[in-house]
Design a protein around this ligand. Sequence first.
Ligand code: CIR
Length: 261
Amino acid sequence: MDARYRAITREVSGSIGRCELTHVPRVAIDVDRAREQHTAYERILVRLGCELVRLSEAPDLPDSVFVEDTAIILDELAITTHPGAVSRRAECRAIEMALRSFRETACIRSPGTIDGGDVLVLGRRMFIGRSGRTNADAIKQVRRIVEPLGYQVTAVEVSACLHLKSAVTGVAESAVLVNDAWIDPACFAPLDIVRIDPSEPYAANALRIGDRLVYPLDFPRTAERLIKRGIHLEPVDLSELAKAEGAVTCCSLVFPVSARS
Ligand code: CIR
């Protein structure tokens, strides 16, 4: 079967124990276990029609497995970010090199800071979280790049969690999964809102690939709500990477294989 998507991933760094943490306490991370879980995640991506572009380990970049934060990939071009955490900025170079084979590239520059985890693209609408990692200058730079391409950009305040996509992700053509304690669902009208189960605050991060949803095993109550909506889940265990404040969208950059790539 021909691949329908490409997925950029990067091996778990041996230094992941020194990762950035904002909203969760530091606990020991079992690197071997994290690598096994990451490999199982990659196998799911392949089964769902992705060709993997797997970047090698960066021993000195603890958070480099979380490739989502380094780029925003659209059909028309890719934008490499300028991550909010200084320790993560060097991650972008390898990603930019990889992206050059598939897209024209642009980049965000200082004083702008932005993490890809704050960027949710739903069709021609782009929502950008103004968060501890993403500032107004970067949002202005993204606007300047994407509005001429026909995207409508909406800035959304994010303060209770790390990134916009910790609080909301797309789960179907016209539905988003939302933690409404962390984000105002009104921003996403007229889309259908699926609310997480309040006992599972981290449950709003889901990775949609075609008509499937890669979804953590940790949130059975919210999973039940999604299944009742007729959404097909692909369960994955990323519990070890969750200790580094990572989730399912963070570990890949997935984009359609286009005529040009
Ligand atoms: C960080 O704080 O940057 C990493 N430890 C976790 C990044 C997770 N990325 C994401 O949600 N997009």
